[in-house]
Design a binder for this molecule. Structure first.
Ligand SMILES: Cc1ncc(COP(=O)(O)O)c(C=O)c1O
Length: 461
């Protein structure tokens, strides 16, 4: 065995740690920033510098960092029952309690909860449920899933294919053959100038209908959509969008999966994006905010209509052959129950809405007329600023200019962590629900300073 004690932490990281979503060559040279402590909305690095986390980690630490009630509940759970599985009809008290809680909270009537460990694996689960469902109904060809460009649904083999971002496909031999993509409701780039939101929504629904007809409705099982597309650019659909889309889905018996991994549990100032955008899903994907990321957990909510068919299918195919060692891990279930209790008791969904309104207003005040900004958009406590090289007509920056990444890098040097999204020069804001107005003020003014400095570098200010 080799002893690496003499290596510094950063050397160990550079040498041995294969980081996700990281430029591998650059990491080999520069290594990482180490976050070693966190409280509320603030992170601390190894050198003792502090950062305001305007992204709640990866859109997930909704109740904030270092919550002692969570720590106590999780510690108690480990002492009483650290693990047991749920295969072959075994169960735990916390997993059953959480299932009841999720079904009672669901934005549309749902029947059952299937547990996983990540948003990605929950979307894989949803696809397998759909395939089993259509096999049980004797429709073996009805298996395709339509997703949207700029949608983000995860990185496992199937979910990465559903994700409509090229960098998740190239180099990995994706997508799988049963996946198709259609246009996103992105007004900035997709909507013709002068058309109404209703016309725009109808044109997207018409596109979807053409795609379903071209594929053959008998081959299309489902359409998957985030209520608002988070990682793809914080893209807010018009109010008319989902009603128009759902008309098409119903016409061809195509089911709807609502991917609520970011929007679920309050980020929009209401419990679920499904309600905010009038969605009527048959399956709902949950993760992230379900435990505020204190420990991994995901869930698929399954409608009664699907469930009854699965039960009949299980008579034909035997036990439902899917599940993870850590499906319904008791520590995760306890963390989720405690997290949901804290959110309800402390009125954090309402608070996210109130702080969200303040954040949206301040983002618009600082950025709407900025020389580099094409659009400021958002809903509740999730927002984005998109930078463009020209405004009329709108022209995107050359990706090699890395404008978004340069602004977020400079913001981090100034003490605020935001996120440059992969599809364009968009930076996102998604702070914890417990963020204060003063912290939002810091977040907005520091990012503005960073954007100004990059505008000067580009000769645009
Ligand atoms: C909408 C959505 N779905 C699925 C996922 C994948 O979740 P995970 O990273 O937990 O696999 C994400 C992650 O950001 C997401 O934003």
């Amino acid at each position: 065995m080799t002893n690496h004690k003499e290596l510094s932490l950063n050397e160990k990281d550079k040498k041995f740690f294969f980081h996700p979503f990281t430029a591998l060559k650059a990491h080999e040279q520069t290594g990482s920033k180490f976050i070693v402590k966190a409280k509320g909305s603030t992170l601390f690095d190894l050198e003792g510098n502090s950062y305001l986390d305007a992204m709640a980690g990866l859109w997930c630490v909704n109740i904030g960092y270092g919550n002692e009630e969570m720590a106590d509940a999780m510690s108690e759970q480990v002492k009483s029952l650290n693990y047991y599985h749920s295969f072959s009809a075994m169960s735990t008290d916390v997993a059953a309690e959480l299932a009841e809680k999720l079904i009672s909270m669901s934005p549309v009537p749902m029947a059952k909860v299937f547990y996983g460990n990540s948003g990605s694996d929950a979307n894989d689960t949803n696809a397998k449920i759909l395939w089993f469902y259509n096999n049980a109904l004797g429709r073996p060809n009805k298996k395709k899933i339509i997703a949207r460009y700029r949608g983000y649904h995860g990185v496992t083999v199937l979910s990465a294919g559903l994700t409509g971002l090229k960098n998740l496909h190239e180099g990995f031999d994706l997508l799988l053959p049963m996946i198709r993509h259609t246009r996103a409701p992105h007004r900035l780039w997709e909507k013709e100038v002068g058309t109404t939101d209703a016309d725009f929504s109808q044109s997207l629904a018409d596109d979807l209908e053409s795609l379903i007809l071209a594929e053959g409705p008998e081959t299309v099982a489902a359409f998957i959509a985030e209520p608002l597309q988070a990682a793809g650019g914080v893209i807010i659909p018009p109010a008319e969008y989902f009603p128009a889309i759902q008309k098409v889905l119903k016409k061809y018996d195509v089911l709807l999966i609502a991917d609520e991994v970011v929007t679920g549990f309050g980020r929009l100032g209401v419990n679920f994006g499904t309600t905010a955008f009038s969605m009527e899903p048959d399956l709902i994907t949950l993760a992230k905010g379900i435990t505020s990321a204190y420990v991994p957990l995901s869930a698929s909510l399954v409608s009664e209509k699907i469930w009854r068919v699965l039960v009949d299918g299980s008579e034909k195919y035997g036990a439902f052959g899917h599940g993870y060692t850590y499906s319904s891990h008791p520590l995760a279930a306890r963390a989720a129950l405690t997290n949901l209790h804290i959110i309800e008791r402390d009125g954090l969904v309402n608070q996210a809405g109130v702080r969200g309104e303040f954040m949206q207003r301040r983002l618009r005040e600082e950025f709407a007329n900025h020389p580099l900004v094409g659009e400021v958009r958002g809903s509740g406590l999730i927002g984005a600023v998109e930078f463009v090289s020209a405004k009329s007509p709108m022209v995107a920056f050359d990706p090699s200019d890395k404008v978004g990444a340069r602004i977020t890098r400079r913001s981090m040097e100034l003490g605020v962590i935001t996120r440059a999204l992969p599809a364009a020069d968009t930076i996102a804001f998604s702070p914890p629900f417990i963020v204060t107005e003063a912290e939002i003020e810091t977040m907005v003014t520091v990012t503005r300073q960073a954007a100004d400095e990059i505008a000067v570098e580009l000769g645009r200010m």
